[in-house]
Design a protein around this ligand. Sequence first.
Ligand code: ZN
Ligand code: ZN
Ligand code: FE
Length: 764
Amino acid sequence: MVERRLIAVQGVVQGVGFRPYVHRLAAANGLAGMVRNDPGGVTIDVEGESSGLDAFLHTLTLAPPPTARIAHIDVAHAAPGAYAAFHIAPSAVRDGNQPAALLLPPDAATCDACLAELFDPRNRRFGHPFITCTACGPRLTVVRDTPYDRERTTMASFPMCGDCRREYEDPRDRRYHAESIACHACGPTLAARRGELDDHPETGGAAIDAAAAVLRDGGIVAVKALGGYHLACDATSEAAVARLRARKRRGAKPLAVMVRDLAMAQAQAHLTREERALLESLARPIVLLRRRDGTDIAHSVAPSQPTIGLMLPATPVHHLLLASLDRPLVMTSGNRSDEPVVIDEAALFAALGDVADLFLSNDRPIAVRCDDSVARIAAGDARLLRRARGHAPHAIPLPRPAPVPVLALGAHLKNAICVASGGHAFLSPHVGDLDTWAARQAFRAAVDGAIRITGAIPEVIAHDMHPEYASTQAAPGLAGELGIERIVAVQHHHAHVAACVAEHGVTAPVIGVAFDGAGLGTDGATWGGEFLLVTGASFRRCGHLAWVPLPGGDAAARRPWRSAAAHLASAQLQPRRPAAVAESEWHGVQHLLARPDAVPRTSSVGRLFDAVASLLGLCQISRFEGEAAMQLEAAADVSRARPYETPLAGGDAWTADPGAIVRGVVRDMERGRDVAAIAGAFHLSLRDLVVAGCERTRETTGTTTVALTGGVFMNALLLALVQEALSGRRFRVLIPRLVPCNDGGLALGQAHVAAHALQEDPCA
Ligand code: ZN
Ligand code: ZN
Ligand code: FE
């Protein structure tokens, strides 16, 4: 019997070779009809024998193309007789009012088939720096508008040559409708310039050779990647790395390293099976790994860190460079410290003109700024610490749809913004810290990009409560510009917990354990060690780390010894001045601590980490955010350690006294116990504190699900300890995976809370 079916497919189905796949599948089952990209996904109109249609649908559902993600399939029946053959129809363009679904794919690393051609001298794309196919290559970063078709990408200015056109139109070819298709004859041109005034750049293979020569000599090369420039240098040369740090004005913060292949990664770091898989995953993130001793990587790449961030090449240009040099390369964001990564030629020489010796560029514009993603394996799972290339713009399904589109503006540090529309949230690629004018421009571009790509028209703006966050300050202006009347302020730690809950699709109440450096509380104090009972749009602060003074406010975060002084004073212990601290500064802080009413107070676990790291002599001045906590984690040996007491005080709103832990640390130091054991005991104590807090909250609320989040949980040791202990006590434990637990995930939580608030009270 001949039948006809109208099939609507939603999910990540554009730019992943979905239409050619459907075409082949229809042909294989003897079906006629058409397939087309729509603003909402892919529409298939197909007719033929019932058995063929059933087989077609079966395979489509169970074995879609590898990079596709089907969220929903809708099948309707129609009268047959419309088609004689199967074809790919032109895309339906969005009609402005219709919200585009969140279905754009992220950029994907060069696939094995393209890689084989790249290094095959007989192939017509041998050495072509822009080789791609339907399974790999740029996506988000070339998209100017949806639906995803070549004419709406930055490839529009490269008309296909005859050979590429034939492949593009041949349903049997793996480049059939590959929108970023290119070759030596028609694709973008790679060019190596010495500077802005260099009118005779090397091009193509000679450009790779020129870059390799500069790198071999210890120079610095700016390399245009998918979503922005990288700065590259020889990772085995102390001199080259020192030069890069000086010119980029980057202190001690670790630099990422690109290795040629898994074998080279294995030589630098200890890899588990999970870590190998993470390195090789389609997104090719920077993966934090345990570094091996005595490798040839320069010490200054990640000074005094037991970990190193490695990544594999994700683009043909990187493959060509690494193949030519065959040594690890520092591959760090192309910016000066605190500025956004450079994406266009107009800004290139102004920003990096005196940083790089050579500029390896090309004439394909970058439509969307997108840094490298950073991930690690922690508590048994791959977890993103920075969400960008390869992950953005994958939509995150929301447990309950947003009644109207919401724009959430995120935090001040590690900013990313979020648009929630219908049942999905779109978290922008990592924007970064918003301290500079250039960073705030990038923030603004991220807002515009998110609105353009989602096609959503936000009716609500959500932001943090902190009045000094640049993202908060941008809210009224954006609301005016976008004609938005409703603005919602969301408490920082509430948003942290909501982000975790949204990612896990949970709607029931949870005990949120939000540990971080600082976030403004509803009482105007600085929170950061919170146990919140979160129910949709509302939360109750059940318990927290007991207050400790924060001498110097934000200055304390950069000077762990200040937190140590504060914690010693709170625990009524003798002050002790570290040798590295000037006497005058020390006395200034002691003076402040003598008048507790005049000093702001905090419940921050981040500052407790600082205090203990300082007491143990690991870190007095923090050279980058989180350094003291990283040192303390690295030093810890839990195998020989016993936790300190962690009593909870008070009834309905209880506090956990960090003084008990600090007294334990000082006692052990006086007894001459070694740093590793004390750092281990500290981690075990925090674990016990979390367990005690969760058990107390479960007793009073009956809630058995715990969300662990906040920047402190980037600490893989603490995360694993807490997860194991809570699971052992029959808690259900939620931990962010695809969304960073640090402030990079905050916007998702803000959007989720604002959407909930509207559902609960549409008139608010
Ligand atoms: Zn490919
Ligand atoms: Zn071509
Ligand atoms: Fe935070």
